[in-house]
Design a protein around this ligand. Structure first.
Ligand code: NAD
Length: 376
């Protein structure tokens, strides 16, 4: 039945249709995507695929959707509106390109790719197909992060000066026993790319463009090809200096950011997601009276996959630009890439211009890791 055109100037009707979603890779993180799809009133999971058909069938039995043996068969049979890519990073580029070629939008898990060149290719394919590429960096979501970003952008807290960004996690040998993990070829990088990128992304979301990175990669205890820890100094174009520490060997785990500004210290301490209780804004002496105006809003939403996918789906339904929580996938990815590039140069500073013209690191992050383990 032909639809009646909306009157000129009318807002697009976001309730006019349902987004048909497909999930590629039905492992751990895919469950968060399926739940987020189920929570959205105008999205439905229509199909899934995984190299492991038994896993895909169990997933479909829990969340719904037809099971297909391959992505190609799924795309041909279902013509989904959105493909949610939940496979290991090494598979993201080819699957994203296939989804764009079939006319779908793509939501891809972090890290978006194992190299800058591959992310460039994915973004170019999105532009050529007239489709959107949204990357899942769900730490940007939540009402507290939005509030702090607004305060910083408005200058309410003065200029950001110093930051500390910690991803101190614990992953045992069993975690690295999964074949694609801990190897340059399949994971693209170690704990910096796989874990630290979440907090680094939130830091860059709050502080903006980066100016330089000096980094080192360490192998402290795990039997991996990639690093199990990294340390870096990151400077931002706005003048802030950050220490960034990432580890997969830290028994008391924390994900934390601290930003000291001219008027306050902002902290968030959590593990995999943050709510208002995890954030604190402490005024500097003399700025106590301004602190009332910095209070978090009364309505709270925690950071999570669901608010990110909700806002992405709403944007797709309204044919609007992606929300800031899903846009600019390259900024934090570049900081991570620069940590690897700097480590490859013995810890020398790397700038955005260095990275843009880097002879090898746009193609992959494999870098020397300093092994600190005692000789056997
Ligand atoms: N945003 C987050 O908080 C978060 C959390 C965990 C993982 N991740 C990311 O999600 C992605 C997947 O991680 P995971 O922990 O779910 O991994 P996983 O190993 O649990 O699941 C990956 C699934 O993909 C399937 N697969 C692999 N290659 C495939 C291919 N070519 N075609 C179809 N299926 C294929 C595997 O069989 C497996 O079922 C990674 O990029 C990871 O970094 C993000």
């Amino acid at each position: 039945m032909p639809s009646t055109p909306a009157p000129a100037g009318a807002a697009p009707d976001v309730h006019a249709r349902t987004l048909r979603c497909a999930i590629i890779g039905t492992g751990a993180v895919a469950h968060l995507h399926a739940r987020a799809v189920a929570q959205h009133p105008r999205a439905a999971l229509v199909a899934v695929t995984d190299l492991d058909r038994t896993r895909a069938e169990a997933f479909a039995a829990e969340h719904g959707g037809h099971v297909h043996d391959t992505l190609e068969a799924l795309l041909a049979a279902e013509r989904p509106d959105v493909v949610l890519v939940c496979t290991p990073p090494g598979a993201h580029r080819a699957q994203t390109l296939a989804a764009f070629a079939a006319g779908a939008h793509v939501v891809v898990e972090k890290p978006p790719a194992p190299s800058l060149d591959e992310l460039d290719e994915m973004r170019a394919a999105a532009a050529a197909a007239g489709r959107r590429l949204a990357v899942v960096f769900q730490q940007r979501t939540g009402t507290a992060a939005a509030h702090v970003k607004r305060l910083l952008a408005a200058g309410a807290l003065g200029r950001p000066l110093l930051a500390v960004c910690e991803t101190l996690w614990f992953r045992g040998d069993d975690y690295f026993a999964v074949p694609w993990r801990g190897r340059w070829e399949t994971e693209g990088g170690g704990t910096t790319l796989g874990h630290g990128i979440h907090q680094i992304d939130l830091l860059a979301y709050l502080l903006g463009d980066w100016a330089s990175v000096e980094g080192r990669l360490w192998r402290l205890d795990r039997e991996t090809q990639t690093e199990d820890a990294s340390t870096a100094t990151v400077t931002f174009a706005g003048g802030a200096v950050a220490q960034v520490v990432t580890s997969a060997v830290s028994p008391r785990q924390v994900s934390a950011i601290r930003i000291d500004t001219q008027k306050a210290t902002v902290t968030v301490d959590h593990l995999y997601g943050h709510g208002h209780d995890d954030w604190k804004i402490t005024p500097a002496p003399g700025f106590e009276s301004e602190a009332e105006g910095w209070a978090l809003p009364a309505d709270e939403e925690r950071s999570d996959h669901a608010p990110l996918l909700r806002d992405v789906f709403d944007a797709l339904l309204a044919d609007a630009p992606l929300p800031p929580t899903a846009a600019d996938p390259a900024r934090s990815f570049e900081i991570v890439a620069a940590i690897y590039a700097s480590a490859a140069a013995g810890g020398a500073p790397v700038t955005p211009a260095d990275l843009a013209a880097h002879p090898t690191h746009r193609g992959g992050f494999a870098s020397p890791v300093t092994d600190m383990r005692p000789a056997p």
